[in-house]
Design a protein around this ligand. Structure first.
Ligand SMILES: Cc1cc2nc3c(=O)[nH]c(=O)nc-3n(C[C@H](O)[C@H](O)[C@H](O)COP(=O)(O)OP(=O)(O)OC[C@H]3O[C@@H](n4cnc5c(N)ncnc54)[C@H](O)[C@@H]3O)c2cc1C
Ligand code: FES
Ligand code: FES
Length: 466
């Protein structure tokens, strides 16, 4: 096992920084920046990944700029990264053009959100995409978004090159009361998992980072996976996608641009959290959390995806996602196992594949009910129906009765209404503050009926997660 005890090293605004050995590796990047780092431009609003006041940018290989929430990122995860904060934008001639545009365009008032918005804008200037998507993770309470959107409409990439990333290998960071293992290879990671089954397993940290940022816990041992090269692999073949458990949603979305039959999945993922959350969050983490409202789970179920697990003890095993999820936030994962990758079959050419998400807000919101449907129709008859729902039971699951009601039925409104009624045999949803049981029942039935209209009347152009 490699993992030498070392110091956290990263580039900060282009300058190499090596943190003193006693620095707690589980401290948030935000706390470090605003404390020992002495950079108070990055703000703390919510400390839970929602407001974007803490947005900084990771400068990645290939010149990519990835905005992330510094309130969720732990220092140990930043080893080997290049971080740009708002202090790193100004040049010898004064503020960066984006900062000038914000000030001169009346796009800032109290200014608390502004550094985060400037950093999202700096990333957007290079990466492009819809402005509303780039801003979905930044909350401004006083200016109003019109002048901010005007600034986004005029963004120009400043062309600044990304610095070369520090060359780092596997390391363990130990501070009083806390140890953070950061393996660089799968073999190291599996050996560490076997040796430390109680350590907090951390991928992007967009679920687990909340323990530290919001709940102020300090885990004694953390096993951070973001440096494991094998978990970052992503390949697209004619029949399937193979997505390493550590691939971020941001990277997955780029790959999905080349997979038109999964456009609806891309639309759904663009509504998962914000760009900042998608810059760190992973598919492996969504499976590991096994939340009944994990957005990636219904599509994986409907597509018949498989998950590959691995351990130093028993090697690899591969099982359907449905078999991986065993109960509310429970999975078959053994204490010494890791999720290695997810194998996602591409839908057949004649299949209709649609993802849906019902939430109180369009962006940056958790689902109340979500769904993914794979439908095949031949000569006016439904020949295959895979109907998966989230938020309807303790785990995301397929609706066996509704599927049976639809399979072999004529492609007609009545068939879909009967399938919607059959959902009552599949699910007895719970009520919580996101929605009553009745809301969930009606919402799920409505999504199924909308599927009919999507198929029968494509001319209606019903919005799919645009
Ligand atoms: C502001 C905000 C908005 C969000 N919005 C959404 C949303 O719209 N939809 C949604 O579904 N989720 C949302 N989330 C939750 C979260 O972003 C996702 O669940 C994400 O996929 C978690 O991935 P991660 O890599 O950050 O996981 P982590 O937090 O690192 O880990 C999550 C869990 O998975 C386990 N795990 C991670 N990797 C592995 C592995 N390789 N092997 C075994 N176990 C592993 C961890 O041990 C942990 O139990 C949101 C979170 C925040 C903070
Ligand atoms: S402080 Fe609000 S997202 Fe980080
Ligand atoms: S300017 Fe005050 S919160 Fe945006």
């Amino acid at each position: 096992m490699a993992a030498m005890t070392g110091c956290i090293t990263f580039l900060l605004n282009g300058e190499p920084r090596q943190l003193p050995a006693e620095t707690p590796p589980g401290m948030t990047l935000l706390d470090w920046l605003r404390g020992p780092g002495g950079l108070t431009g990055t703000k703390e609003g919510c400390a839970e990944g929602d407001c974007g006041a803490c947005t900084v940018v990771l400068e990645e290989a290939g010149g990519h700029r990835v905005p992330v929430n510094a309130c969720l990122a732990l220092l140990g995860q930043m080893h080997g990264r290049a971080i740009r904060t708002v202090e790193g934008l100004a040049g010898p001639d004064g503020p960066h053009p984006i900062q000038r545009a914000m000030a001169e365009g009346d796009a800032t008032q109290c200014g608390f959100c502004t550094p985060g918005i400037v950093m999202s804008a700096w990333a957007q200037a290079r990466e492009g995409g819809a402005a509303h998507e780039a801003l979905a993770g930044n909350l401004c309470r006083c200016t109003g978004y019109r002048p901010i959107l005007d600034v986004f409409a005029g963004l120009v990439d400043d062309g600044s090159p990304s610095p070369a990333l520090p060359d780092v290998s596997g390391a363990t960071f130990a501070a009083p009361g806390q140890v953070f293992h950061r393996p660089a290879t799968l073999a190291e990671a599996l050996a560490l998992r076997a040796a430390h089954p109680q350590a907090l397993l951390l991928a992007g940290g967009t679920d687990l980072g909340l323990l530290v940022s919001e709940h102020r816990q300090q885990p004694a041992a953390i096993l951070g996976l973001s440096g494991v090269a094998e978990l970052q692999a992503l390949s697209t073949a004619p029949e399937r996608l193979v997505v390493g458990a550590g691939v971020t949603y941001g990277r997955l979305l780029k790959a999905l641009e080349e997979v038109p039959e999964l456009a609806s999945l891309a639309g759904l993922l663009r509504r998962l959290g914000s760009r900042q959350i998608r810059g760190m969050g992973t598919l492996g983490g969504n499976l590991g959390t096994a939340s009944p409202i994990g957005d990636a789970l219904p599509p994986l179920l409907a597509l018949g995806a498989e998950v590959v697990l691995g351990s130093a003890r028993a090697g690899e095993r591969r099982l359907p996602v449905a078999g991986f999820l065993t109960g509310y936030r429970q999975t078959v994962l053994a204490p010494d196992e890791l999720i290695l990758r997810i194998v996602i079959p591409r839908p057949p050419a004649d299949a209709i594949f649609v993802c849906e998400k019902l939430s109180k807000r369009h962006d940056q919101d958790i689902s109340t009910v979500s769904a993914a449907f794979l439908l095949r129709v031949a000569e006016g008859t439904v020949t295959e129906a895979r109907l998966a729902f989230g938020g309807m039971a303790a785990t995301a699951a397929r609706a066996a009765s509704a599927e049976a009601a639809l399979t072999g039925a004529a492609l007609g409104e009545e068939s879909f209404s009967r399938a919607a009624e059959a959902l009552a045999q599949d699910f007895a949803p719970l009520a919580d503050w996101r929605g009553s049981a009745e809301y969930r029942r009606q919402g799920a039935a409505g999504l199924l009926q909308r599927l009919y209209w999507r198929v029968a009347r494509p001319d209606l152009a019903l919005e799919v997660q645009a």
